[in-house]
Design a binder for this molecule. Structure first.
Ligand SMILES: *[C@@H]1O[C@H](CO)[C@@H](O)[C@H](O)[C@H]1NC(C)=O
Length: 307
């Protein structure tokens, strides 16, 4: 699987690098019951959150890594590619972060109100992924065609940059063997964090995603309703890895185990624990779209503070 798979989520900071660089004590094996996390667990996500937030800034500020608080929070980051226009093509950036010896890919999220109108459309279409961009995707994998087409605009450019950055120095053997991520040496890991992402694809897509991206967290904030659309009855499911911020004042947060094996209507959406997203927000009428923007441990994503 290629790293830009993550791009189809709404607000993403993906890291390629040593898997130990971002530790998370209970993530190696999916928890079988609800787990209460600590403030330290939330703190550990801050650098991802700030990278996700920085992706709302224009390319010139990102290339100079001079975008105000979000850039200052992860000093020493070296942006090597940035683009987008903030509307038709969302901002994104790629670069190297020496502190964790990681390559970072981050994408601006969709304006939540525009997103909601798209995602609550019951005529929403699923379709197969482009086999050039996703060479290993199993037959039957389908994703929301709107996300797919948005992703495809910048996918090749980002893939090329990530490959360039993770390629071993020419002096080392194996150079050039890294055509695709699954061929990478074991010491290169992938982790990804999303904030308030909607359901993206069907069960075949999600099963494959879960098998490939073993360190994935999708952080949901309080009553955000974006994570409950498009609806499950249309065949959309989530990957595993739900973290739900139950209360941002007390920083109460839980890891939700979901329901494995994948089943229609229950796939990874924890429908039995009251503190998980779909029990908290059973219908879009009971949600609050403002919670989509944060705060995530005090950090608001999607409010523009780029200077
Ligand atoms: C698939 O992606 C490749 C690489 O970006 C592109 O050249 C090709 O036109 C795409 N195919 C379709 C059917 O969109």
């Amino acid at each position: 699987m290629l790293p830009t798979t993550f791009v189809i989520f709404t607000a993403v900071a993906a890291v390629l690098g040593a898997p130990t660089s971002f530790s998370w004590h209970q993530s190696r094996v999916a928890p079988t019951t609800l787990t209460t996390l600590t403030t330290a667990d939330l703190d550990a996500l801050d650098s991802f959150t700030q990278f996700a937030r920085a992706a709302y800034c224009p390319a010139d500020k990102l290339m100079a890594w001079d975008c105000g608080e979000a850039c200052d929070a992860n000093p020493d980051f070296q942006a090597t590619l940035a683009g987008g226009m903030g509307n038709a093509v969302q901002f994104f950036f790629v670069g190297y972060y020496p502190k964790s010896n990681s390559v970072i890919v981050s994408h601006q999220g969709t304006d939540p109100l525009a997103l909601l109108s798209v995602l609550t459309d019951l005529n929403v279409l699923k379709g197969p992924l482009n086999s050039t961009l996703f060479s290993n995707m199993p037959d039957g994998s389908e994703v929301h065609t709107g996300f797919r087409d948005e992703h495809a605009i910048t996918a090749q450019e980002i893939q090329n940059e990530v490959k360039r950055l993770i390629a071993p120095p020419k002096s080392r053997p194996l150079g050039g063997a890294l055509a695709e991520l699954e061929a990478l040496p074991a010491e290169v890991g992938v982790n990804a964090v999303t904030y308030g992402n909607p359901r993206v694809g069907n069960a075949d897509f999600v099963s494959f995603f879960d098998s490939q991206v073993t360190d994935f967290k999708r952080v949901n904030n309080r009553d955000d309703l974006v994570p409950i659309v498009p609806p499950r009855f249309l065949g959309f499911v989530h990957p595993k890895g739900e973290i739900h911020i139950v209360d941002d004042d007390s920083n109460e947060l839980v890891a939700c185990p979901g329901s494995y094996p994948l089943r229609l209507f229950s796939c990874n959406d924890d429908a039995t624990d009251d503190k998980c997203q779909i029990k908290t927000v059973p219908t879009i009428l009971s949600g609050n779209i403002l919670n989509h923007l944060g705060p995530y441990n005090g950090i608001h994503i999607g409010s523009i503070f780029c200077t």
